[in-house]
Every structure is written in C-alpha cells, then in structure tokens.
Design a protein. Structure first.
Length: 425
C-alpha cells in the first residue's frame, strides 16, 4: 500500500495548530455575541441548527471535490483563508442574522480540510509511520483547541468579545500561510475510500468531522439498515446506529443550551471558557489513556459506561441549573462537565468508532458510512433545533434532564448489542 510513496517531513502538520486555536472558541463566541445582541436561547438554537444543517451538504460537496481534483494544498489553503475571512467579518457584524450567516459560512469551509489532511498522512508517510503521524495530527488539533479556550479565559472579561476576532483571524491566516508553504503535493494519491480501509485514519477523520460520505446515501440504504430489526443476524447494525442517533441528538440538545444557561446563572464570559477549557483538557487526557486500550476491553461495556456517566452528568447539571446560580452552578459544571465531555465522551467515542468501523464491511462500506453520517448530521441538527425551544419555554433544567434521559436510552440500545460489542462485518 505504501509502495511508490516519496516520504516527506511532517512540517506541514503544524499548520493545524493555529486554525484550531481559532476554531476552538468560535462556537462559544457566536453564542455570546448573540446573547450580547439580546438574542434568546431560541436564536442560539437556530444558529447552531443552521451550522449543523450546512455541515451535511458541505461534507458531501468537499468530498466530491477531493476525489475529482486530487489537490490537497489548494483545498486546505482555501479552507483556512475562508475561515479567516469569516472570523474577521464577525468583528463588524452587529446583527443576529449576519452572525448566523457567517457561522454557516465557517461550517461550510471548515469541513473542507478534514479529509485532505488525513489523506496527506497516508500519501506522504510510510505505512509503518501512519499511527504516529495520525497521533501527532490529533495532538496538534487538541493543543490548538485548548489554547483557543485559554485565550477565551484570559480575554473574556477584560476586552470586547468582538476584538478577540482579530487574533483568531490572524491565527487562521497563519495556518493558511503555513499550509501553502509546507504542504507537498504527493506523488501518490489515494481516494477517500482508503480512509475507511485503515481504522486509524478512519478514527481521526471521524473525530475531526463526524461525517464522511463516500457517496450520497439512497433510500434503499436506509431501508436495508432499518429492516434489519426483523432478523437476528442483521439487527446489530440497526441497534448501533439507533444508539448513535440518540447520542448525537442528546448531545445536540445539551450543548446548544449550556452556554445560555451560564448567562442566565450570571456566570462571566471568562468563567464560561474556563468550564469548556477544563472539559477539553480532561477529554485530551482521556483520549490518550482510553483510546489505545479500548480494543483490549469489551467495546459494549466501555460504550455503555461512557453513556451512563454522560447521562448521569447531564441530569445532575439539570438539577444544578434548577437549584443554583453563580459560583455554585459554576462549581457544579467544573466538576460535571469534564466528566461528561471528557471521560464519558472519550470512552463512548473510542468504543463506538471501532464498532462503526467493524460494521462497515468490505462490500457496502460506502452506503453504510453514508447512513451513519446522515444519522449523525440529522440527529445533531434536530437536537440543536429543539433545544432552544425547550429551554425557552420549559427552562434549562428541563432541557438537560431530557438530554440525560435520551442519553440513557442510547445506553440501553447499546447494551442490547452482543457482549463482545462488535457488529456484523
């Protein structure tokens, strides 16, 4: 598989660091800007829904472009430069609709670089070095997001949220420049389908952007999966996909209303970023400790444990939202959010991705992956959409408890998989 590869240095991988510093806090900043313009949690829910809705066609269109043009550097350069432009325009945008449009624009162009980056590793490195190269790519992304949240902590209460767009746009431009100067055009080019054949590349690609369409799924693809409940041998993929749908729906419901709940509880902007920073630090540590060992344990038990912990944390945060404000609510989230977004997320994500990889099979991985990606996209979008309305009319505590119950349902569905946790291949 690696014959004909002219190995190059991984200098270009440092281009990932600045762009992730920029993208890490953007979603939170969008929500805070909407709140500053006196928008409601419904406005935030609609903004995030639009972001998620755009991510579905963007992943399809950029996938087609990747296969058709076989150019890595121009796509990555364009992605980073477009994100820089959108972040820069947020500096002067004073309407909610304008913020929504720019956030959707960021969604469209940020999706462009995920697949080319993973293909570059496979095309420029010997197969024996893929694992370490993918690990380095993941590390650069995690460090970038962590530094982005750290910037938010330092900046949030002392300078205008609009002004933070200046360094974030500058970081995006830096990534564009570094990528243009250092990314090689490989002598051997792989199709996106190669990502599915190598678990580590599949894992990193889905982690970077949880939608990958090798082709647009047809109605018959969904029918094949959902008819499987009638047959014992084919019901396992259905249970797995239903549990994943519930997981992303619950996550969408919870994550959409978390930042607005901080605002209502009189938590400052810096404190908001502090909670998210704690979550990403614990998540990075958890991924590094759990992911390498996940296949040595029961995949089902690992996934169920992660879902159970995440469900419990969601419900407890809901109770805290009902009982506390200020420092007490902040303290509860500093404990519970890293548990749910760090340890629980890493455990479930590591195990479920192995199960998804095993479920794809050799003959229908394109259609199966299309169904998976569509379910992820629609679940996240639906969760984001209903979250704002539940919070607005019923309160944040209701939203978080509902998310916890749906997450528990995902755990029940996962527990119905075979004991070994692997699905039919």
């Amino acid at each position: 598989m690696s014959k004909g590869i002219r190995e190059s240095k991984l200098t270009w991988i440092y281009a990932v660091l600045p762009i992730n510093i920029a993208l890490g806090p953007v979603g939170t900043l969008i929500q805070l800007l909407i709140l500053n313009l006196h928008g409601s949690v419904i406005d935030i829910g609609l903004a995030i829904t639009l972001f998620n809705a755009v991510s579905i066609p963007s992943s399809i269109l950029w996938g087609i472009a990747t296969d058709r043009y076989h150019k890595r550097r121009p796509v990555i350069f364009l992605s980073y430069l477009a994100v820089a432009g959108a972040i820069g325009l947020l500096l002067v945008t004073k309407t909610i609709h304008g913020i929504d449009f720019l956030y959707a624009f960021i969604s469209f162009f940020s999706a462009a670089s995920a697949t080319p980056l993973n293909l570059l590793i496979m095309e420029t490195q010997l197969k024996s070095k893929w694992t370490s190269a993918f690990a380095k790519l993941s590390m650069m992304s995690s460090i970038g997001v962590t530094l982005g949240y750290l910037l938010g902590v330092a900046w949030g209460d002392f300078l205008s949220l609009y002004l933070i767009m200046i360094p974030l746009a500058a970081f995006s431009v830096a990534s564009a420049v570094i990528s243009f100067l250092t990314i090689p055009e490989p002598t051997m080019e792989f199709e996106r389908g190669m990502i599915v054949l190598v678990r580590r590349s599949f894992y990193e690609r889905i982690l970077a952007f949880p939608m990958l369409f090798l082709r647009i799924p047809r109605a018959s693809d969904f029918s094949r999966v959902f008819k499987g409940m009638r047959f014992e041998l084919t019901r396992e993929p259905l249970l797995l996909y239903l549990s994943i749908f519930a997981f992303y729906a619950a996550s969408g419901i919870f994550n959409t209303s978390l930042v607005p709940s901080f605002s209502q509880a009189r938590i400052t902007n810096s404190e908001v970023f502090l909670v998210l920073l704690a979550g990403i630090i614990v998540q990075t540590i958890a991924f590094n400790s759990i992911a390498p060992r996940v296949e040595k344990r029961s995949l089902k038990e690992t996934a169920v444990s992660g879902l159970t912990l995440r469900s419990l944390c969601y419900i407890l945060i809901g109770i805290a939202a009902y009982l506390f404000t200020g420092s007490l609510y902040l303290g509860a989230n500093l404990i519970l959010y890293p548990l749910s977004g760090g340890i629980a997320y890493a455990a479930y994500y590591s195990a479920s991705n192995v199960m998804v990889f095993n479920s794809l099979g050799a003959d229908k991985h394109g259609s199966s992956l299309g169904v998976y990606s569509a379910l992820v996209g629609f679940a996240t979008m639906i969760g984001s959409f209903i979250s704002g309305f539940i919070s607005f009319y019923e309160g944040y505590y209701t939203t978080f408890i509902v998310a916890g119950l749906i997450m528990a349902a995902a755990g029940v569905l996962t527990s119905m998989l075979p004991h070994h946790g692997r699905v039919a291949t």
